[in-house]
Design a protein around this ligand. Sequence first.
Ligand SMILES: [Zn+2]
Length: 255
Amino acid sequence: MSENLPFSPPFQRLRQLALAALDALLPPRCLGSGKIVDAPGMLDAGFWGELAFVSAPACVCCGLPFSFAVAEGSLCAACIDSAPEFDKARAAVVYNDASRQLILDFKYGDKLHAVDTFLPWLRRAGAEMLADTDLMIPVPLHRRRLWQRRFNQSALLTRAIARDTGLPCLPDALCRKRHTVPQKGLSRSERHLNVRGAFAVNPRDAGQIKGKRVMIVDDVFTSGATLNECARILKKAGAAEVFVLTLARVTREEF
Ligand SMILES: [Zn+2]
């Protein structure tokens, strides 16, 4: 679990204290626009307006929002074509310029405190699934990428929700067996092949997954290939149901 922490505990504590001291001295700023706001973690009204929160109607399985009215319980074309391995996926916001900026700053810009802003969005988007969840598991990063980035954004989000809901979290239950090339630029079928066999269930945790309803959490649902593969492996290990909760969702076929 310690490898998922951005800093070793003493340094993390020092860093938190330094940030708290800075917060006391500097006015809080919007995570997106940098404009001064009333409280830490708040977004200014202009930037807030650029975010598109996912709302009904949406595919009952993968959560893809529809731009037209559909009958309740409708599936999108992709889910009809090929049923995903996960049972249900939901996302808080549409992946657009504004949410992309927030997520890139969170992942690469050291804005880890953005988790506090994202938590209520995830809680709302995942409310229905969370009520049926027994166990939370993050999507793992390969060690090489973890070393480059210093923390796993999926683990950070998962732990925040687990703490908030009181649900148990198995931070190392899924592991990467091999490094995968970045999915960007690959076609849908290439993405599925790229991640096929890339994950495994940690034998130590396998017994705790059997028969459980598991939720996996990540920052962005792009083609769903990685999340689908994680779900396949968890189902193979005996998970009764697998839910997917992400901060953002790509809604067009442009990755
Ligand atoms: Zn769908």
